[in-house]
Design a protein around this ligand. Structure first.
Ligand code: GLN
Length: 536
């Protein structure tokens, strides 16, 4: 038995209120108060994981060290808490049903009828307690995706009700996040949607312990009193969450409102120390007071939805703060670069060609690489972006006009990027890529080594194709060097052009490991090169 405490975060009224940021901010404060905390996200959709989802559906797919393809909120958890998450931190309805159905097939239910209650709810409770049972955490915060009242979140709400009943209210509490909208015509904040949302939660047997109310305007003491009265909470447990200038302000805003204090009180925990957020606040200060602005072009095919590249833009913020510059992102659709490359890319201080899948837009990505290479603009290619850099080099420097990836053309005459051997027999799409953390050995004489200051690194992956080693000698002789190699398999992880001021392509995703307290070395180095470029 351990004494892990559980905090559930539910949402009401509308989606997109920022449950993930509230959960991460609370976790940050509790961590600062001396507790070990982790955050878990339960997603009520039926996909086993978001790995098969199009970014337009769900934004970026975040990848953990242990190779889980997860919701992008896990990225926020890691960026705020500076500790890694894992497979257990993200669970979907699909995964819950999959394990219950697998058990049924094995006969584990001994002839019983398998039902939502108790079998699905038991599985949900089991998944919630997995993190607590590791003994690694004093507090587990579980964010329930979706909005209260959704048909698909009912089993989760029921599981939370049962857990709270089983564990007791001083071991498991519910924070309900709602919206208090401002009606301009009436000149008033309206509490009715929150009242209805809490009623809905109560019909499911849960009385929230704390209300966090998102609002564009200051919530007066009177309104707090009213919300308290109608929603069965104490006035001090109504917390306002005003729109913030940046998500990184939210921990301080929640501290000012006393969210962490009321949570500890309800869980019967004392504060081990006062949260000081020293390093955090230093980061926020520098982020808000840049000495200069630089502009990086982000070339991708999902640029209409910025969330598709969440970890990349956050990594820019972390590195930008360290260097005291504001990093403006110019969002450039790879399909649009096809014509008039110059018009789209001129005056950029750096160019990042983003990860991606499939053929759409790749010629534009290749043109962007060419532009960066020929004009000496700092270049970072991530995953597909690195593969495009290799193709561009083969075509335009080595004169291999047929150079391509077999992802784009299965019968490419000159496949400089090739399907990995272990992928050749893979037919299923879900969870079958080369995923998670792998080692990489860096050559000492490289930009990558200069950035990491270490020859052995570990980074996260999500791909099926790789640099075709048959071309390694030819490509290296031409002036593009393989400077990072997987020590076990020989797979090329990093390519660079030493002649160029800063040209680095990486098969892995450095963006997943950038956090507020540990900005990623490669992003730091890329931004440094972009600053130098801006001064030219
Ligand atoms: N589509 C490429 C591959 O599978 C790159 C993947 C990515 O950018 N994450 O290898």
């Amino acid at each position: 038995m351990n004494n892990t405490k559980y905090v559930f975060v539910t949402g009401g009224v509308t989606s997109s209120l920022g449950k993930g940021i509230i959960a991460a901010s609370l976790a940050k404060l509790l961590q600062e108060r001396g507790y070990s905390v982790t955050i878990q996200k339960l997603d009520p959709y039926i996909n086993i994981d978001p790995g098969t989802l199009n970014p337009y559906e769900h934004g970026e797919c975040y990848v953990t060290d242990d190779g889980a393809e997860t919701d992008l909120d896990l990225g926020h958890y890691e960026r705020f808490l500076n500790i890694p998450t894992s497979q257990a931190n993200n669970v979907t309805t699909g995964r819950i049903y999959q394990s219950v159905i697998n058990k049924e097939r094995k006969g584990e239910f001994l002839g019983k009828t398998v039902q939502v209650i108790p079998h699905i709810t038991d599985e949900i409770k089991h998944r919630i307690k997995i993190l607590g049972n590791t003994g690694n955490y004093d507090i587990v915060i579980t964010e329930i995706g979706g909005t209260v009242g959704d048909i698909e979140s009912l089993p989760y709400i029921e599981a939370v009700r049962q857990l709270q009943w089983e564990l007791g209210e001083d071991n498991a509490i519910v924070i309900h996040l709602t919206l208090v909208p401002y009606l301009a015509a009436a000149g008033e904040l309206k509490t009715k949607p929150t009242q209805h949302s809490v009623k809905m939660l109560m019909q499911s047997g849960i009385g929230p312990n704390i209300l966090v109310c998102r609002s564009e305007h200051e919530i007066s003491e009177d309104i707090k009193r009213k919300l308290a009265l109608f929603c069965n909470v104490k006035k001090q447990d109504v917390i306002q969450s005003l729109d913030a200038e940046t998500i990184y302000d939210v921990p301080n805003l929640m501290f000012d409102q006393g969210l962490d204090r009321v949570v500890l009180e309800k869980l019967d925990l004392c504060s081990k120390k006062q949260p000081e957020l020293v390093a955090w606040n230093e980061f926020v200060q520098k982020y808000k007071n840049p000495k200069q602005t630089i502009e990086i072009g982000l070339i991708g095919k999902y640029v209409e939805l910025h969330d598709s590249y969440k970890s990349i833009t956050e990594a820019f913020i972390h590195a930008g703060s360290t260097h005291e510059v504001k990093v403006n992102v110019r969002w450039i659709h790879s399909e649009e670069i096809d014509t008039d490359t110059e018009k789209h890319l001129e005056n950029l201080d750096g160019i990042l060609v983003a990860p991606g899948f499939g053929e759409r837009g790749i010629e534009g990505k290749i043109k962007a690489v060419k532009y960066a290479r020929e004009n000496n603009i700092p270049f970072l290619g991530i995953c597909l972006g690195m593969q495009m850099a290799v193709i561009e080099f083969a075509r335009n420097v080595l004169g291999l006009s047929e150079a391509n990836s077999t992802e784009m053309n299965e019968n490419a005459a000159c496949a400089v990027i090739n399907l990995m051997e272990e992928q050749k027999d893979v037919t299923e799409k879900g969870g079958t890529m080369r995923l998670g953390a792998w080692d990489c050995e860096l050559s000492k004489d490289s930009k990558a080594f200069d950035a990491y200051q270490s020859t052995l690194i570990s980074e996260r992956h999500r791909h099926r194709y790789e640099f075709n080693s048959e071309f390694k000698e030819q490509i290296e002789n031409g002036g593009m060097k393989a400077t990072g190699i997987n020590p076990k398999t020989g797979l090329v992880e990093v390519v660079e052009i030493p002649e160029h001021p800063w040209f680095v392509g990486v098969q892995y995703h450095p963006e997943y490991k950038s956090t507020v307290l540990n900005p990623h070395p490669l992003f730091l180095s890329f931004i440094e090169a972009a600053i130098a470029q801006s001064k030219k």
